[in-house]
Design a binder for this molecule. Structure first.
Ligand code: MN
Length: 274
């Protein structure tokens, strides 16, 4: 287990990297601008630093320069995670002192492996992310698997991918869509056991989607789970309650807590049908 500093101003990206590395047993420190990055690096002396390039106050190149000139911090592996894909940018990242480069969007399965490979053996994660279900654990835990159908609605592809893989790893058949219109056309063809939807969806928004589901005779009893990285406000909470939301999940969520929620909702559905 390593102490890792993640410097990233995009909240979704920061949450996702934090989720993945924390889940694998690393301890995470975060910073969302350049000055905070330097401050936290000096204060915590992390084992590895993951750093975005475009950042407020000091950019990634400036951060790299400062860190690589600090005798206490220059040996700490410094990894850039950035959307820049040009070869020239890659060279610039290397030349300014970064030890490695991971391009965005990050590969959910490979990310932890890539980070671990930059750490000394004794600091690598002891738990695997297990996003790709391992056949032996599946057969061993067959009784734990849930055979049901879910509709997953999320406009953020990385999180859609993550939840799809997590659900499939416990046997759920997932149809993943990126917007409300696609969700509605799926629902016209079939009724899933539950809907897992991002709360902050563009256009109509998650609440409007929930409203449509609850006002349709064929869909109104489908279990409906919202997820979001931010707390809903008081009015949104109230409206969700009126529309009979089944559950609200604050993301990122620990994998086992997430599975427990899905399992309890599924057993609730089964009880109702008996
Ligand atoms: Mn940025």
């Amino acid at each position: 287990m390593a102490k890792i500093l993640i410097v990233e101003d995009n909240k979704e990206s920061l949450d996702l990297m934090t989720y993945l590395l924390d889940h694998c047993g690393h301890s995470i420190i975060t910073a969302s601008d350049g000055e905070e990055a330097i401050e936290k690096a000096k204060q915590h002396r992390p084992d590895l630093i993951i750093c975005d390039i475009q950042l407020p106050k000091l950019n990634g190149y400036e951060i790299a320069k400062i860190l690589k000139n600090d005798k206490l911090l220059k040996h700490v592996p410094l990894v850039s995670v950035t959307a820049y894909a040009m070869v020239g940018d890659r060279n610039k990242v290397r030349d300014s002192g970064f030890d490695a480069y991971i391009s965005k969007p990050i590969d959910l399965v490979q990310f932890v492996v890539q980070i671990d490979s930059l750490l000394p053996a004794e600091l690598r994660s002891n738990k695997s992310i297990n996003l790709q279900p391992n056949p032996s654990t599946i057969s061993a835990k067959k009784q734990d698997r849930i055979y049901c159908k879910a509709l997953l609605v999320d406009d953020f592809s990385a999180s859609r991918e993550l939840y799809k893989i997590l659900l499939e790893s416990i046997g759920v058949e997932v149809t993943a869509v990126s917007n409300v219109n696609e969700a509605l056309s799926y629902l016209q063809k079939q009724v899933p056991d539950f809907i897992l939807s991002e709360f902050h969806l563009p256009d109509n928004g998650g609440l409007a989607f929930l409203k449509l589901v609850r006002n349709n005779v064929a869909w109104k009893s489908i279990a409906f789970i919202f997820m979001s990285t931010t707390h809903p406000d008081k009015n949104e909470m109230q409206e969700m309650k009126i529309l009979n939301v089944t559950r609200f999940i604050l993301s990122p969520i620990d994998t086992s807590a997430f599975f427990n929620i899905i399992k309890s909702i599924m057993s609730m559905i089964k009880d109702k049908n008996h």
